[in-house]
Design a protein around this ligand. Structure first.
Ligand code: HEM
Length: 529
């Protein structure tokens, strides 16, 4: 009996080993440089992320700096071969010119009957193919400058609450956790601009809404990674048991708020210029075949989506789409924006001359606005120095690398190598943005990296904090608006300073799924007037 059991166990282990290592010669057979994999995690860069030695945002660093001359390098995530693209021209083709071959992201199939899973599976971030194209075409016009002009009023209101909220830190001189503080800002902004809900977390940071959001995203990065690993290696598991990525109570709480908001709109028929209202209008326009205007700049021109065949959206789908696009604001929008606000305030505190220049620019704009801090969209856009500071922050502290899934076999130009359909391709954007061939003294914080002269000297595709091409960040303008407005209000009233708890360097914490720096960002403020 024991002998049979032992032999069965050995047989199972051997089968698992053979199954997991069956593709380990993929790159060797094709003469492509690669990081040697080992069972069960795959390449060392993946192992380091999985075991919490390095942050997910640093996955591409080792390859970028250690394979001189290689355009592409292979790596393994568990048993799966993947490609890391080092060459910027090839990366640009993948993101823009040959986009049809790389339309999707990592497959995150979240099947299930659970409403929360259904909504998650329809978020723009994870939609695929024609379905993604149809939804992206509807969502893009919601974030154009024209639409953001009306939303600026709502963000300005949050700015007023923010200044009041900060007064206590300025009076007491107590250090504040910048990420926590700005999370209150972006929650209020997204709730208000997103679906007309007065969350008031700045007024009352301990309120139920904030508690639910904390609960929604609770769970360490490692648990989330383990769940993703499970559905990547064994997608069939979801047929046996539904895997949930979100806290159920908190998820349902949010879905309830969305449902109420949609119901009230339908009942009152009042048009609101918030994201949900604009989405409803954009869906109507799409159904009537009305084309919405898009921006004229390169970022948006490169992002044009060409719909080959129009997929009609059923009534049942509409509600789910509204819910999922409201939910995506929380997934893609509030945490990213509050992190960048916190990191920008760190750079202001640690670069006094930069803070002074931002203050001068802000004071001038306010005085030209008759002394009112409620600046409009055009005035905020017309503040070049603030714009440089925020872009430099995003360059030095990006929040993710770029990923695409190859959806049909792609022959890499000037090589014999074919990226097969189904293979994941990564672009190590954080490393590209620290490459001295694009940015002088790349480790230093220098807003002049974004002066018109410096920009003219390098490829516009070397700045990748919001991605590029049709699958770029659809909320970029809204994100920049929020971050700018928060910094305007901060420096107009307070001088931001480092304190005993301020870290000397920003190093992404491997244990943080949302790419927070080790030790967090702690600062103090002094009143300016
Ligand atoms: C500073 C804050 C933000 C940063 C750094 C950021 C960054 C990114 C990046 C790097 C991507 C992937 C782009 C690519 O694959 O080419 C992305 C995608 C996306 N972002 Fe953002 N983002 C931010 C804020 C926002 C906000 C505020 C929203 C919504 C209001 C948003 C919505 C999205 C969506 C929906 C996608 C997926 C687009 C698609 O697949 O079509 N993001 N973002």
């Amino acid at each position: 009996m024991w002998v049979e059991l032992t032999l069965t166990f050995i047989g199972l282990c051997l089968s698992l080993y053979l199954y997991m290592t069956r593709k380990f010669n993929f790159f060797k057979d094709r003469g492509i440089p690669y990081i040697k994999p080992s069972f069960p995690f795959g390449s060392t860069n993946m192992l380091n992320t999985f075991t919490g030695k390095s942050s997910p945002v640093e996955i591409g660093d080792y390859i970028y700096w250690n394979f001189p001359g290689a355009k592409i390098v292979g790596q393994f995530q568990f048993s799966e071969p993947q490609v890391m693209v080092k060459d910027l021209e090839l990366a640009k083709n993948i993101m823009i010119k040959d986009f049809d071959y790389f339309m999707d992201r990592r497959p995150v199939d979240i099947p299930g009957k659970d409403k929360l899973n259904k909504v998650m599976g329809r978020m723009l971030t994870s939609l695929k193919g024609e379905q993604w194209k149809a939804v992206r075409n509807i969502v893009s016009p919601v974030f154009t400058s024209g639409k953001l002009k009306s939303m600026t009023v709502l963000v300005n209101k949050v700015g007023d609450d923010f200044v009041d909220h900060m007064a206590k830190f300025s009076k007491s001189g107590e250090a504040f956790n910048a990420k926590d503080t700005f999370t209150n800002f972006t929650l209020d902004a997204i709730a208000n601009c997103g679906f007309g809900f007065e969350a008031e977390t700045l007024k009352n940071p301990d309120n139920h809404f904030r508690a639910m959001i904390n609960q929604l995203l609770s769970g360490t990065a490692l648990i989330q990674l383990a769940k993703f690993a499970l559905i990547t290696i064994c997608p069939w598991v979801t047929k046996i048991k539904e895997i949930t990525f979100l806290d159920k109570e908190a998820g349902d709480f949010l879905l309830d708020i969305f449902a109420q908001s949609i119901k009230e709109r339908r009942k009152s028929k009042v048009k609101r210029n918030d994201i949900l209202g604009l989405l409803v209008a954009a869906l109507d326009a799409d159904r009537q075949g009305i084309k919405e205007e898009l921006e004229n700049d390169q970022f948006d021109q490169d992002a044009q989506v060409h719909v080959s065949k129009k997929t009609p959206i059923s009534d049942d789908e509409i509600e789910l789409l509204l819910f999922s696009n409201a939910l995506v604001l929380f997934f893609a929008g509030f945490d990213t924006s509050s992190t960048i606000m916190s990191i920008t305030s760190y750079f202001l505190a640690t670069n006094e001359n930069v803070q002074e220049r931002v203050y001068q620019e802000v004071s001038k704009a306010i005085s030209e606005n008759g002394g009112s801090e409620s600046l409009d969209y055009n005035t905020i856009q017309g503040m070049p120095y603030l714009d440089k500071v925020i872009h430099e922050t995003l360059r030095l502290y990006p929040l993710s690398l770029i990923e695409r899934l190859c959806v049909k076999d792609y022959k890499v130009p000037d090589t014999d190598f074919v990226i097969p359909k189904g293979m994941l391709v990564q672009i190590p954007s954080p490393a590209i943005m620290k490459d001295p061939q694009y940015f002088d003294n790349p480790k230093e914080f220098n807003p002049e990296n974004f002066s018109p002269e410096a920009k003219a000297k390098r490829s516009p595709y070397s700045f990748l904090a919001f991605g590029q091409g049709p699958r770029n960040c659809v909320g970029m303008r809204f994100a920049l608006l929020q971050v700018k407005l928060s910094m305007i209000r901060l420096v107009a009233h307070y001088r931001v300073e480092r304190c005993a708890k301020t870290v000397s360097e920003l190093i992404p914490d491997p244990k943080s799924g949302s790419i927070q720096p080790k030790g967090g960002v702690w600062l103090t403020i002094l009143p300016r007037h």
